[in-house]
Ligand binder design. Structure first.
Ligand code: F6P
Length: 373
């Protein structure tokens, strides 16, 4: 009898999760005689032993489905809310891993999941992860599945917004997901021909954004598209964040650190409405009628693109081969044309952010895109 493998999906969902589950399990069952059990709703299901058998019918017809057949949650093994209290459920997770006589656990997730998987590795479990997220912000991999689909959705949205912006001679601000990374806004902005792109990695000045819009008007272009990453910040907001981060590093006591963390959280909570303010400011400064569109979760929904179906399947099957060879403790990463395992210690906490000096930003600037810097 081959190995018994557990699978869970954790963090925000994205297109390609089902294709990846199917890739791991189909390859594992047919080529390596493995058996699979799914845990529902991420680490919560593993802690509470809520399972589903992954075989036959369950793995059929899911390649093209969005979301995840296993359900997901943002719970962390060491912080799961049970009966209104937050508990460390690592011991329960280890018990369930042993109860099912698992040889390994496969976790499909983004940056947070990589950290949680490392915690379980350190607790003695054999864990392999796959990188998923529409944000493309997981370190040590060229790409994550889910990104390409979201890029297609955001680009189509910008294309559609173009015609209405032109008809009404308006400025259209489009808020695009990406957490604290600007990949999705940058690439969809470039693909959709946005006039301004604002990303967290390049703090902006509203006055410079307004200036670019006024210049377009002077040149006879009476509409503009502003693609804004949800995490984008003005120069002064970025300075506030940098200041708080420096205070956190310098804090001597646990209490001081906690106080600065609370200030940081409050800042980020308030920041979620920043595109409303930006929209109002652009209208006030330029005098152009300005509207805001927040794309939101539509970017994470629906069927995966062909690219994501192929990528998820390749990552999934490579994971099954790695497990069959006795591999563990790693994330399956995309490196050029290859899928390679990278130890979780090298991945956890490492973010893939846009380098302001990268080719894509340079190319965008050369075609006249304004970054507000
Ligand atoms: O990580 C994916 C993502 O969609 C981010 O782009 C976004 O900031 C976040 O998840 C939204 O999370 P939730 O669905 O929990 O509101």
């Amino acid at each position: 009898m081959g190995k018994h493998i557990g699978i869970l999906t954790s963090g925000g969902d994205c297109p390609g999760l089902n294709a990846a589950i199917r890739g791991v399990a189909r390859a594992g069952i047919s080529a390596f005689d493995m058996r699979f059990i799914g845990f529902k709703n991420g680490f919560r299901g593993l802690a509470q032993d809520r399972t589903v058998k992954l075989e036959g019918e369950m793995l059929s017809g899911i390649l093209t489905d969005g979301g995840t057949i296993l359900g997901t949650s943002r719970d962390k093994p060491h912080k799961i809310s049970v009966g209104g209290k937050t508990k460390n459920m690592t011991d329960a997770i280890i018990d369930n891993y042993e109860r099912h006589h698992l040889d390994a656990l496969v976790c499909l997730g983004g940056g947070g999941t990589q950290k949680n998987a490392l915690r379980l590795k350190e607790a003695g479990l054999k864990v392999v992860t796959l990188p998923k997220t529409i944000d493309k912000d997981v370190g040590k991999t060229d790409i994550t599945f889910g990104f390409d689909t979201a890029l297609g959705i955001a680009t189509e949205a910008i294309d559609r917004i173009h015609s209405t912006a032109t008809s009404h001679s308006r400025v259209l601000v489009v808020e695009i997901m990406g957490h604290r990374a600007g990949w999705l806004a940058l690439e969809s902005g470039l693909a959709g021909g946005a006039d301004v792109v604002l990303i967290p990695e390049i703090p902006y000045q509203t006055e410079l954004v307004a200036e670019a819009i006024r210049e377009r008007s002077k040149a006879g272009k009476h509409f503009s598209i502003v693609a804004v990453a949800e995490g984008a910040m003005t120069v002064s907001q970025a300075e506030t964040i940098d200041g708080l981060l420096a205070q956190k590093v310098a804090a001597d006591t646990k209490e001081e650190k906690a106080a600065v963390s609370a200030e940081l959280s409050a800042f980020h909570e308030e920041h979620v409405t920043h595109t409303r303010k930006l929209t109002a400011d652009i209208e006030a400064i330029t005098g152009c009628e300005t509207r805001l569109t927040i794309l939101g979760h539509v970017q994470r929904g629906g069927t995966p693109s062909p690219f994501d179906r192929v990528l998820s399947t390749r990552l999934g099957t490579a994971c099954a081969e790695f497990l069959a060879d006795g591999g563990e403790g790693s994330m399956m990463a995309v490196c050029g044309n290859k899928i390679v395992p990278v130890p979780l210690e090298e991945v956890a906490g490492v973010k893939n952010l846009v380098d302001p000096a990268c080719d894509t930003v340079r190319s965008a600037k050369l075609v006249g895109m304004c970054f507000g810097d």
